[in-house]
Design a protein around this ligand. Structure first.
Ligand code: DGY
Length: 349
């Protein structure tokens, strides 16, 4: 590691009990301070943890904003997210302070696409409702008209966004005999898995609409009452992206009015949702999961491992393997402008 030969770099980690041995291996070369509380740290607790550190490893649900970056102090060089999504990061504030921010693409696409496929199957075939009835002793006799759902094979899947997870889902859908179409605002290309269609056409013609965009100012509430009204009454909406892209009130209304058939959510606003009477958790035609898209032992370990490799690379003076899209992989230098406190960035050679 670069820096003083007498002092090892200091790295804060916002949780303990992270899967895999990524953090353990980082501890061979850095002094790690990990949050050991049973609940996640509050923003001020995280700020206290990171004070004076050169590196910070956090989860996607931790907020990384200007206040946290300033609390860390001028030595902070890298913030590594053990997540692909980075809607909790103030990217501009990090850039202004010359801090590299990294995330974990590639390692979780297939695992998350598995859960998207599971939600499609569960919601369309009403499998959780059937299992609940069985567990309540309410199976009764075999009936031809009981537990009826809608077919997945032969249905048209519409992907909103066409990144790694959407393409991994498209590959699975092909195996289920689904037709696949997608909408991406800029990349208007067809490929061997899917054809590009305009947004409204996707909503009107898909049997399953699956959301795969990041949460940004543009995508917030992108699926609201108007969009749900365009969908088929037999359609299923699935969201494994981020809560906030789908307007949840509008979704509940559409489900209750039968404007769409069903929905499956792995992500919600205001996570974690803990009130068992929460309408989002009790709506019969809605299947909900507690943000488990990437939750396999191997994938979560790979995410932590990649985050740890990003920290290690930057602290050793190498480019981060997976910086956020469009951001630098090496830290910048803070330089004081004459007569001002503002910092400006110049790329490190
Ligand atoms: C991700 O990687 O973005 C998942 O949602 C877990 O945070």
């Amino acid at each position: 590691m670069s820096g003083s030969p007498t002092r090892r770099p200091r790295v804060a980690v916002s949780r303990t009990a992270l899967p895999g041995d990524g953090v353990e291996r980082l501890a061979d070369r850095c002094d790690i301070t990990a949050w050991t509380g049973a609940r996640p740290p509050t923003p001020s607790e995280l700020a206290g943890l990171v004070r004076g550190c050169e590196g910070l490893l956090v989860l996607g649900s931790d907020r990384v904003d200007a206040a946290l970056l300033d609390a860390a102090g001028p030595d902070l060089r890298v913030v590594a997210l053990a997540s692909m999504g980075y809607d909790g990061v103030d990217v501009e504030a990090a850039a202004e302070r010359g801090v590299v921010v990294t995330h974990t693409p590639d390692v979780l696409a297939d695992t998350t696409a598995d859960v998207a496929m599971a939600l499609i199957l569960m919601a369309r075939r009403r499998l959780p409702a059937a299992m609940d009835a069985l567990r309540r002793g309410a199976w009764g006799a075999f009936r031809m008209d009981a537990f009826l759902g809608l077919d997945v094979h032969g249905a048209t899947l519409g992907l909103i966004g066409y990144g790694q997870i959407a393409r991994a889902l498209a590959r699975r859908a092909a195996g289920f005999g689904m037709r696949v179409q997608h909408h991406h605002p800029r990349r208007r290309e067809d490929d061997e898995l899917s054809r590009w269609v305009p947004f409204d056409e996707l909503l009107r013609t898909s049997d399953v609409v699956s959301v795969h965009t990041p949460l940004t100012e543009e995508t917030k509430d992108m699926i609201g009452a108007a969009e749900l009204a365009l969908m088929k009454p037999t359609a299923t909406l699935v969201n494994t992206g981020r809560g906030g892209i789908v307007d949840e009130e509008a979704l509940l209304t559409a489900l209750r009015r039968g404007e769409i058939h069903s929905a499956g959510l792995d992500v919600m606003t205001g996570e974690p949702r803990t009130d068992p009477s929460d309408p989002l958790l009790t709506e019969p035609h809605l299947v909900v999961l507690p943000h488990v898209g990437s939750a396999t032992e191997a994938t979560r370990a790979a995410m932590v491992e990649l985050a740890a490799r990003n920290v290690e690379a930057v602290l050793e003076g190498h480019p981060a393997p997976t910086p956020l899209p469009g951001t630098p992989s090496l830290p910048g230098r803070r330089a004081q402008r004459a007569g001002q406190n503002a910092s400006v960035i110049s790329a490190q050679p």
